[in-house]
Ligand binder design. Structure first.
Ligand code: ATP
Ligand code: MG
Length: 267
């Protein structure tokens, strides 16, 4: 379980995330939504130590220091990026191996003395990386440079890297952005399959409503860095504050209520 309390991120005079509290329960899929610039990516950046933040982060029952990316990852919280972060010059396999660091053998001297153990560990890492590529359907590209992949395949490669890292909680920043309908449907299937195998709790930032409706148990809505609504998807879509945030119009306007109703119905 991941619990964030009063998370605040300031950039100069801008408060990008303003005292946000939320909880992602064991096995839960929580959607984090909101208009452009409402602080969703910044919140994920704060949760993974990439920007300075104040507040409290608890993973399981343990407090985890904000601002320390290594400590947060070690607590089992991993993430993907709004724009997939892969290394074009490395092979797909090497990209996944980056998500499986072996920090036990640090010096050449120790590595020489413990070379058998090192080789065993290395074989294990390669097997896990290949398994992750297999899971996302990229096993055939294991030895190809990531630079030749399509956009959708780059997204899957990033997913393979975090799959290999066996996160307890995974933060996905717009995982379906730039994917076509078929790719989006396949991603939903993949995430369901992972969850079926005891995969991580998910915090998903996404604009695609179908995607959210397929996956999320609850939604949290941000506007200008603040939480304005939390709850089950149907209740959140029906909330006039959410209509206001998205459409920037008077929420009581029946046509707005109507269009949001349709969105929810279609999803
Ligand atoms: N590194 C930064 N330095 C200064 N301001 C930033 C920085 N990162 C984000 N911001 C500002 O913080 C606010 C929130 O941005 P953020 O990227 O978190 O929004 P978002 O909800 O992820 O939007 P989108 O849906 O477009 O991805 C915006 O006003 C943005 O300009
Ligand atoms: Mg964003």
């Amino acid at each position: 379980m991941l619990e964030a309390r009063d998370i605040t991120v300031r950039f100069g005079g801008v408060i990008a995330v303003n005292s946000v509290s939320l909880t992602v329960g064991d096995g839960e899929v929580l959607g984090l939504i909101g208009p452009n610039g409402s602080g969703k990516s910044t919140f994920i950046n704060a949760m993974t130590g990439l920007v300075p933040a104040t507040g409290k982060l608890t993973v399981g029952d343990r407090p985890v220091p904000l601002g320390r990316a290594g400590a947060i990852a070690a607590s089992g919280v991993l993430r993907t990026f709004q724009t997939p972060q892969v290394h074009d010059d490395l092979t797909c396999l090497e990209n996944v191996l980056l998500g499986l660091p072996d920090r036990r053998l640090r010096s050449i001297g120790v590595a020489w003395l413990r070379r058998r153990a090192l080789m065993r560990a290395e074989h294990g890492r390669w097997a896990e990386a290949l398994d992750a590529l297999e899971f996302v359907g990229l096993a055939d590209s294991a030895q190809s440079p990531a630079g030749v992949l399509s956009y959708g395949e780059r997204r899957r490669l990033e997913l393979a890297r975090v799959y290999a890292g066996k996160p307890g909680t995974l933060l996905l920043d717009e995982p379906a952005a730039g994917l076509n309908h078929v790719e989006t449907t396949n991603l939903v299937k993949l995430l369901h399959e992972w969850r079926g195998r005891g995969g991580p709790a998910l915090l998903v930032v996404e604009h695609k409503i179908d995607f959210l409706e397929e996956l999320c148990h609850r939604l949290v809505v941000l506007e200008l860095g603040r939480v304005i609504a939390t709850g089950e998807p149907a209740a959140v879509w029906a909330d006039p504050k959410v209509a206001n945030a998205y459409l920037g119009v008077v929420a009581e306007d029946p046509s707005v209520q109507n269009s949001l109703g349709k969105v929810a119905d279609n999803a």
